[in-house]
Design a protein around this ligand. Sequence first.
Ligand code: VNL
Ligand code: MN
Length: 341
Amino acid sequence: MRLIATEEAWSIPEVAAELKKVGNGPSQSLDKLLVKGIYSVEPGEPGYDAFPFLGGLLDAEDTRLKQMDEYGVDMHLLALTAPGVQMFDADTAHELAVLANDRLAGLTHKYPKRFAGLASFAPHSPKRAAKEMERAIKDLKLNGFMVNSHTYDEYLDDPKFWPILEAAEALDRCLYIHPRAASYGFKGPLQDYGMDSAMWGYGMEVGTHAVRMMAGGVFDEFPNLKVCIGHMGEAVPFWLWRLNFMNTRAQKAGRAKRTKRSMAEYFQDNFVITNSGVEDPLALRYSIDKLGIDNVMWAIDYPYQPMEPAVKFIEAFVCTDNERHALCHGNAERIFHIAPE
Ligand code: VNL
Ligand code: MN
C-alpha cells in the first residue's frame, strides 16, 4: 500500500538563521519558546536537548529518506516548518518564502516519487502572497499551500487576507493551516506548564482559526476553498455538533454573523483533516465516521513525531480496504494533486 505522509516538516538554513535572530531578539510572541529552543540554543547550553529537531528539519535526502525506506513510507508532503516566515518583517518573509519554495521544488523534481511540497507565502502582503502562490503552482508545480495560523495576531477571516483565499480557490489547491503558538491576545493562560506548545495551545489556536473562518462567512465568499487542518482536526470534529447548534442559536440571537450555510456544512464541504501527531485509533475512527472517509488523511508530523510508531499505528488501524486506500494515499493524491502510481 502506497504510504503518503501529509504534514511533514522541513526547513532551510536561511530560514533557520533568521529564526535564530528571532529567538535572540525582543519578540514577545509565545512562539519564541520553541523558536529559541530549536534555533538559538547552542550545543552544550541549557535546554539544547529539549528541542532536538534542527537536524531532522534541515535534512531531506539523508536520514529522512533512509528512514522512509526503512519503514516503508513512500512519500513526504513537505512544508516549511512552523512558524514559517510569519515572524519576519514583510519583505524578509516574502524573500524567504520564495527561496524556500524554490528549494522545495528542487527536491520534488529530484525525487518526484518521494517528495511533494506545500508552498509558503508571506501573508503580510496578501496581493504579493497571491502572486507567489500562483508561481508556486504554475511554475514550480508544488502541491498546495501551508500557512501557520495567525500573522501578527491577525486571522484569515479578516478580508485583508482574502486575496490569499481567492488565489487558493482559483488555483484549486488546498490551504493547510498549521499551528503556531497562540496570538498575543490569546496567550494568557497558555503561558504556564508548557501549555503554549503542541500539548494544547497549538490545537486551541488552529481550532479557533477554523471556527473564525466558518463563523466569519469565509466560505460564502469562497465556496470552493479547501482548508486542511492537522492533529485530528484540532478537536473541531469532536466539537462539531455543539458548534453547529450554538452557532445557529447565536445567529438567531443576532450575536453571530448570518451565514448562508451551517457550520456542519462548511466543515463537511470545505475542510479536510489529517491525523498528524495523533496516534489514537478511537479518535481516527470517530473522525472517519463523523466526516466521511474522503476527508481524512494519514500524516506523521516528522521530525516532531517519530516515523516508526506513526507507520505502525496506521498499519495496525482496523479499517476496510477502501478506507485504507483513502487514508494512506488516495485522498492525498486527489486533494494535493499528487500523481497516482
Ligand atoms: C511541535 C510539534 C512543533 C509539531 C511543530 O511545529 C509541530 C512540537 C513547530 O512538538 O514542538 O508541527
Ligand atoms: Mn506539524
